[in-house]
Design a protein around this ligand. Structure first.
Ligand SMILES: Nc1ncnc2c1ncn2[C@@H]1O[C@H](COP(=O)(O)O)[C@@H](OP(=O)(O)O)[C@H]1O
Ligand SMILES: [Mg+2]
Ligand SMILES: [Mg+2]
Ligand SMILES: [Mg+2]
Length: 374
């Protein structure tokens, strides 16, 4: 379950020991003398958390390229994990390899926990991505509040979901290989609109709290042929948010977003209880929180033990940085310590900035809350 390097450690979901040699500082791409080349000359004077978020932007962008390349090649290498509703593809594996090895080189004293199994991360040759080669972020613009400026590298727990929305990723692929052009006959959607549900999530926790995060959406802009694909949203709680405009959802409506591929009667009871005017059933925890950020939904309701810490850490940090709230379905905070259970067994409830989170919580039926045990 747990892999220790000489300083940091990486925890995965499978119990396989494996070691990555920790490189000397001079060999680490993010601390080499030429770094930061494009990001910001202020990197070494800016707070560690801003640097972790900034490098995570570049590392997530690179993971997005890996995800698109694998879909383009068309060999998804799908395996079932705990059930037929819990899949892993070569894109999940390759993106995780790249993200974890790159983060580990930059921040070897932090704990890094990835969704996918460590046996899939054995071959590390050529996996390290140098974040200084990505000129899209400026670390100096990532504001960190005073209380987080002294956080040390060894205190950080980094939760990595290399591909959130795997169900939608695999369904989009099936739709493509069945030769459905435009709207897929089986799904009633275009393959590309399903790929829009896919995100890469890198969440940073300190003291058991989600404090920073990055959500990269690799297929954003798919409607505009020729335009550059992808966008990356980042945030630090109490600091700043960037990568997309934050928009308030419309007044006089209650637009609820929830799962499209992991429903249950409890999930549906909770959605109905908040009296939605509209329900958006979409894939991915990252994508659903983006709907809250861009004013397309008021609340994300998921009364199920299906989500894990890597699904919620990054979205929670960005949402809270933007003024929203994410808790479990009972209103309790979700803890993100290195030793915490990975499963969010008491569900997820997230509301956009300016919404009455307590009022939504009060509407969740008691039998739904009782069904979800810690
Ligand atoms: N019943 C379940 N079993 C397994 N994973 C679940 C699940 N319910 C939710 N999840 C996970 O939670 C994330 C969001 O789910 P959803 O899209 O249904 O809202 C997905 O992450 P991954 O795609 O990274 O695995 C999904 O796998
Ligand atoms: Mg998964
Ligand atoms: Mg996920
Ligand atoms: Mg995933």
């Amino acid at each position: 379950m747990e892999r220790n390097t000489s300083q940091g450690k990486h925890v995965g979901v499978q119990q396989i020991n494996f070691l990555i040699p920790v490189q000397e500082d001079s060999e680490r791409p993010c601390t080499s003398p030429r770094f930061p080349r494009n990001m910001s000359v202020a990197a070494h004077t800016t707070p560690l958390l801003s640097r972790v978020v900034g490098y995570s932007v570049a590392i997530a962008n690179n993971a997005g390229r890996i995800i698109r390349d694998i879909m383009k090649r068309g060999e998804l290498g799908i395996v079932e994990k705990e059930s037929a509703r819990d899949l892993q593809t070569e894109a999940d594996r390759a993106a995780q390899r790249s993200i974890i090895t790159s983060l580990q080189k930059c921040f070897p004293k932090s704990t890094i926990i990835g969704e996918e199994g460590e046996d899939e991360v054995k071959d590390l040759s050529g996996q390290v991505f140098d974040p200084s080669s990505d000129s899209s972020s400026s670390i100096s613009s990532i504001a960190c509040p005073p209380q987080l400026t002294t956080v040390a590298e060894e205190e950080l727990v980094i939760w990595v979901d290399p591909l959130d929305g795997t169900a939608e990723y695999t369904q989009a692929h099936e739709c493509r290989i069945s030769g459905h052009l435009g709207v897929c006959k089986t799904l009633g959607l275009s393959c590309e609109s399903l790929l829009d549900h896919v995100t890469v999530l890198i969440g940073i926790a300190s003291g058991g709290k989600a404090v920073g995060g990055v959500i990269h959406q690799p297929y954003y802009n798919y409607q505009n042929p020729g335009a550059e694909l992808g966008r990356t949203i980042w945030g630090i709680v109490g600091g700043s948010v960037g990568g997309m405009p934050i928009v308030a959802p419309p007044e006089g409506k209650v637009i609820v977003t929830t799962t499209r591929s992991h429903s249950s009667s409890t999930v549906n009871d909770a959605v109905a209880a908040v009296s939605p005017t509209e329900v958006l059933r979409v894939g991915g925890a990252g994508h659903k929180v983006m709907l809250l950020l861009e004013g397309k939904a008021h609340v994300y309701v998921f009364a199920s033990p299906g989500c894990k810490k890597w699904d919620t850490c990054a979205p929670q940090a960005i949402l809270e940085a933007a003024g929203g709230i994410l808790t479990d379905i009972k209103g309790d905070p979700i803890p993100y310590h290195a030793t915490v259970a990975h499963r969010n067994s008491t569900g997820v409830l997230a509301s956009a900035a300016g919404q009455d989170h307590q009022a939504f919580l009060a509407k969740i039926p008691q039998h739904v809350k009782d069904n979800l045990k810690a």
